[in-house]
Write a protein that binds this ligand. Sequence first.
Ligand code: FAD
Length: 383
Amino acid sequence: MNLELSDEQEAVRRLARDFVDREIAPHVIAWDRAEEVDRSIVKKLGEVGFLGLTVDEEYGGSGGDHLAYCLVTEELGRGDSSVRGIVSVSLGLVAKTIAGWGSEEQKRRWLPGLTSGEYVGCFGLTEPGTGSDAGNLTTRAVRDGEDYVVNGTKMFITNGTWADVVLLFARSTDAPGHKGVTAFLVPTDTPGLTRRTVHGKLGLRGQATAELVLEDVRVPASAMLGEEGKGFSVAMSALAKGRMSVAAGCVGIAQAALDAAVRYAGEREQFGTPIAGHQLVQELISDIAVDVDAARLLTWRVADLIDRGQPFAVESSKAKLFASEAAVRAANNALQVFGGYGYIDEYPAGKLLRDARVMTLYEGTSQIQKLLIGRALTGISAF
Ligand code: FAD
């Protein structure tokens, strides 16, 4: 792959960097403490085109390739993972999935709003009883004339309280396909759908994470995304690309950890010298730097494979696995460089560590990524 960025890719990276420095960085501590990102950020993300990357201009998208998408995601992750997650879900998991699987009518109904920031999307797969074993979900969609009647509960749904539409996965009653899971696009103002904020998260505190409860929610059959019974394939294809986006966000966290650690180590003096001059501090910094580079290269490779139309799912799992663990290590090493100040939220390392931690859990835990990679290599499913 060509590691040299094109002029367009450099330009989009600069745009994202400026956006983060102007619109996000000044508010990060306040949003984290308040447990709420200012919602006006969604419109702003839409205006600069970040919610429409890789989506055709015909549907309101801003086009671009997956490497450009990674560059923007990385910068947003450097700024605030709570904001990065809004894009990774509303664009990465919802809009891109509608673009890939939707009917012409569904694309025209949802994509212009999602890519402009008028709408927010959320991805409803996880349930209280089924996380890693998502294929065993129990939310039911029972056919009734031209509609389905949906009952069930979805847990930990990113953007959940903000969302206008949920890409919902339910077990439809007479589905012939894989595990009988079917995907639906459900407006969140549909009667019977209620939402509750999940409070007290370790990280991503600014993000609107919700539990969704569906009680006799009536959904027209025309809201089905893809064929009946093919919903698990819809979910897995969304997550394969989504993992690249999580990995890119992790690169951003690790880069932020590196920048902060180098800056602080040059300023802070102990034993009569900047701590950057102590060998063991340099070890912490060089470990972060190697993690940043390795995570970035694995992530860019996934983007390159997608843009060249090659298979990428296993590489995406590898990138997500490595980058998420690397982001945790990098943020933890940065916290060590900051000493006691790293433990205080006026300094960046603590939040980076809290935000990094969930990356090893969602869109498939590290154990699940290892099982996906192991299955691809051995041909044996060990789930
Ligand atoms: P479990 O599946 O119960 O796993 C618990 C432990 O067991 C883990 O260590 C896991 O690795 C391990 N384990 C499970 N099975 C195996 C196995 N076969 N072999 C070895 N180890 C195993 N979900 C959505 O659908 N949409 C979202 O937008 C979304 N956003 C989220 C945001 C946040 C902040 C969080 C915390 C979660 C979010 N999730 C979302 C849910 C997330 O994807 C799940 O939490 C994740 O898939 C793990 O499921 P679980 O929490 O039920 O853990």
